[in-house]
Design a protein around this ligand. Structure first.
Ligand code: AMP
Length: 828
């Protein structure tokens, strides 16, 4: 009996081991319902699945250890098996991998191979391959992408074999059949390769012309440091673009979803983090500004300008004034092409124009490229799209879908042909490149070379510092003496360090008259530097327990962030106990002083309020998604939104912002910071924060801006509603949302926009964080007229509900009564 038990156990064990190791189908081994193949180290699994509530069955590949099934490839996407009859996947004659149903009808099969002796194997990168006995790949699923691009998969075209690798969306979440959208290389011309997202034949967005440089960012900010590399292969017979990830333990995928979005996903701890979504904004739309136009003010419809307003003018000025960009721009002085008299103007940091009508050469210097272009009267511009190589691209038609990128983006240069008359006017973007000028100014060249040498020298120094810093990463940086100016200078601060005496002089010794206000971390003073520049100086409270941390956090975070909707940090000063932050001065101070003030609020008409909301949304999107650091602000509120001279909103106060690593994207914190009235339930009650807690605060802010009322401290009679949210929810359900509008802007408002904004606000404050949109969804909602989902009921939190109400143990350091800021609540 004992012997039998041992045998049974051994068999079970062997069976288990065998099942765990099964990554191959051979002529002896096939796959049927309930069976799966698992790749060697258990990352991917192949088997049969039913998407969502669909009854259709498919053969697909998904991540083995991710509980929410994430399918990365589907074999029979257009030919599902309907009903429950058994399926079999096996190798048949001519090395074909075939999926059949119970009556041996073929549901799906791979191509014929030249070998009889084949096996099918699921590899650890998610590639299902049919191989011969020498491991030569005869067929692979990577050649037939569905909606997902994994590291190692390529996009492109093989012109000889007339083969294309492109992503195509599913029809819907429940239906993997071929959907409407594709993302792949331009396939109707042989111009320099670029990718386009298309709906049928119409282009929705265009990626930049391919470059080995396009995905070389590291994702250190998610707590995992790895290098992404793009591998672009451009040959006579084929072109392809692929990305690789150095650290194979990182799970990353790019998907094209069924609602025209290309999304990048990274697995972080327990969930997929959306790293990037496009399109996000109006400016992402293909060729929105037409020839020689550039989309500069994102989101707004008034977003097109001519590439260079000194040299180009709108083709149809009247239409342009009405925001009709269809005519694009034309040259102020037409080209004549006389005896090579024309030259080129260089525009730096651009997304190069559509390469549809281009010629290119893969090994030509930029000088040679310029000469080529000059010789041909139809050549409009030239550029090298890839800084890792010497590629020459020539454009032979008007430049379409060009974009001037934000500063620091590091995009390539383009040289645009100009009539000689136009060479005199300075470019905003960069000075004209003139042959004669170049020759004449040898001294200048020597000077530039000298500085180039200096620059290279300093880059090496910076690199050495960086390398040293990486090496020392495990060691806390601000250990021991909290701050030393040299620390900051060497490692984290590119900004100027100000001396204490400069700042004391600028603020008249921190005089009361210069005091602008006081936030959770101490007073803020207005100052004027000797050269007449106005500044705002935040003087960190010496008595605050947490100040230095926040100071460090703020300095490091903000110095790395640049966006027009974030307040700019000019520098800092450390002097003994004193720690000062120096910002650009915002003459209109903070938003709360407008929206909650009867007189001031009259200055905010409806358009201004809407623009402010859009600006805040863009700033938050940048923090959450676009910046290299990913930041959750954690204290988004009206008093943290500053207004510049033109009432453009700028998010301030990153002392509370927290750049988060991989395990902190949805983290539980013992340390609750934020402001009542703006805190999401999961954050206020359980200390759980994520980008969705900022979305919640944003939603409250939207409702405050529309209504002109504070959420906190709001009471209605006779309904006795204890906060604005409850009031908004009642009005919404009664269909009387318009009653919410602040009477001071009622006249200028556009009712459908008001209703839409309130709905967006309510979507952002839904109780369940997963139900809330992310900021890129919010921006889409604000910028379009599409139907919005119905918001679910929010939670009506009152302060007594909050577990963290523990004022006595908190180190509350400031804020008005109406705005109780919790700067630290320690669970002791
Ligand atoms: P904070 O500590 O950032 O919350 O700032 C407190 C107050 O100081 C704000 O509500 C503003 O009124 C004012 N303030 C802060 N920064 C600036 C700035 N850069 N320009 C003008 N006023 C500012």
């Amino acid at each position: 009996m004992e012997g039998v038990t041992i045998l049974l156990f051994s068999l079970l064990f062997l069976n288990k081991l065998y099942a765990a190791e099964l990554d191959t189908i051979s002529d002896l081994r096939f796959l049927t319902d309930g069976d799966t193949l698992v790749s060697a180290t258990g990352v991917f699994e192949l088997g049969f699945f039913q998407p969502g509530i669909s009854e259709n069955r498919y053969l697909g590949i998904w991540y083995k250890n991710i509980s929410v099934r994430t399918v990365v490839w589907v074999a029979n996407r257009n030919n599902p098996l309907i009903g429950g009859s058994p399926l079999v996947l096996k190798i048949v004659d001519q090395g074909i991998l075939r999926l059949t149903n119970n009556i041996s009808m073929t549901i799906w099969s791979s191509n014929k191979t030249t070998s009889e002796n084949t096996t099918a194997k699921l590899r650890d990168n998610g590639n299902l391959v049919v191989i011969d006995q020498h491991e030569n790949v005869l067929w692979q699923s990577f050649d037939y992408p569905t909606d997902t691009l994994l590291p190692g998969m390529k996009l492109g075209k093989d012109y000889l074999r007339n083969k294309e690798w492109c992503l195509s969306s599913w029809k819907s979440d429940q239906d993997p059949a071929l959907g409407e959208f594709t993302w792949g290389v331009e396939n109707d011309t042989r111009g320099y390769p670029q990718s386009k997202l298309k709906k049928g034949a119409s282009v929705i967005i265009r990626g930049a012309p391919w470059s080995n440089n396009q995905l070389t960012w590291d994702i250190d900010e998610f707590g995992k440091s790895t290098i992404f590399t793009s591998v672009v292969v451009i040959e006579e017979s084929s072109v392809s673009d692929m990305y690789n990830i150095e650290d194979k333990s990182i799970l990353f995928r790019i998907t094209l979803n069924s609602s025209e979005h290309l999304e990048q996903w990274l697995w972080v701890q327990n969930g997929w983090q959306n790293v990037l979504t496009s399109p996000v904004e109006a400016c992402d739309a293909y060729n929105i500004c037409n020839a020689y136009g550039t989309c500069s003010i994102k989101l707004s419809r008034d977003s097109c300008t001519c590439l260079d307003e000194k040299r180009f003018v709108p083709k149809n000025q009247k239409g342009w004034d009405r925001s009709d960009w269809s005519g694009g721009c034309i040259r102020r002085t037409p080209l004549e092409c006389k005896n090579g008299s024309e030259e080129f103007i260089k525009y730096s940091n651009v997304k190069l124009p559509d390469t549809k009508n281009t010629w290119f050469n893969m090994s030509m210097s930029i000088e040679e490229c310029g000469k080529r272009c000059l010789k041909n009267c139809s050549c409009m511009a030239y550029a090298n799209p890839d800084p890792t190589r010497s590629i020459c691209v020539l454009w032979f038609s008007d430049l379409l879908d060009i974009l001037l990128l934000p500063k620091g983006h590091g995009g390539p240069d383009i040289y645009v042909r100009m009539a000689s008359l136009e060479l005199q006017a300075p470019t905003e973007n960069s000075p004209p490149v003139s042959k004669n000028q170049g020759k004449a100014n040898i001294k200048m060249i020597l000077l530039v070379s000298f500085f180039a040498v200096l620059l290279i020298g300093s880059m090496i120094t910076i690199w050495l510092c960086y390398a040293r810093r990486k090496k020392n990463k495990a060691k806390p940086k601000w250990e021991g003496e909290l701050f030393s100016a040299s620390n900051i200078q060497e490692e984290d601060m590119e900004q100027a360090l100000f001396s204490f005496s400069t700042i004391a002089n600028a603020t008249s010794n921190f005089s009361l008259e210069n005091k602008l206000g006081e936030g959770g971390f101490g007073p803020v003073y207005k100052g004027m530097l000797e050269e007449g520049k106005e500044i705002a100086v935040k003087r960190l409270s010496k008595y605050s327990n947490q100040g230095p941390d926040e100071f460090q956090n703020e300095v490091i975070c903000i110095s790395k962030l640049q966006h027009r909707n974030l307040v700019k940090l000019l520098g800092c000063c450390v002097h003994g106990d004193e720690k000062l932050l120096i910002y650009e001065y915002m003459p209109n101070k903070s938003l709360d002083s407008f929206i909650f003030d009867k007189t001031q609020s009259m200055l905010l008409d409806w358009k201004t309020r809407f623009d402010i909301i859009k600006g805040i949304a863009r700033g938050l999107l940048y923090l959450h998604q676009d910046s290299r650091l990913r930041i959750i602000h954690r204290d988004v509120k009206a008093s943290n939104i500053l207004l510049d001279h033109d009432m453009n909103p700028k998010i301030s106060d990153f002392g509370l912002a927290r750049s988060f690593g991989g395990n902190e994207t949805y983290a539980n914190t013992q340390r609750v910071v934020g402001t009542y009235g703006y805190m999401s339930p999961e954050y206020a009650l359980d200390g759980l924060f994520s980008v969705k807690s900022d979305v919640y605060s944003f939603g409250v802010l939207v409702l405050e801006i529309v209504s002109g009322k504070r959420n906190r401290g709001f009471i209605t009679k006779p309904e006795n509603e204890i906060n604005l949210i409850k009031h908004v929810w009642r009005l919404y359900n009664e269909g009387s949302s318009l009653e919410l509008i602040d009477e001071t802007c009622a006249e200028s408002c556009h009712p459908p926009e008001v209703i839409r904004l309130i709905k967006v606000g309510l979507l952002c404050i839904q109780h369940n964080a997963d139900d809330r949109p992310n900021m890129s969804n919010v921006i889409m909602m604000l910028g379009s007229d599409g139907v919005l989902p119905e918001p679910k009921q929010p939670t009506f939190l009152i302060e007594n509900d909050l577990r963290v109400v523990n004022y006595s143990s908190s180190t509350f350091t400031g804020g008005s009564l109406n705005e109780l800021t919790i700067t630290e609540v320690n669970a002791r």
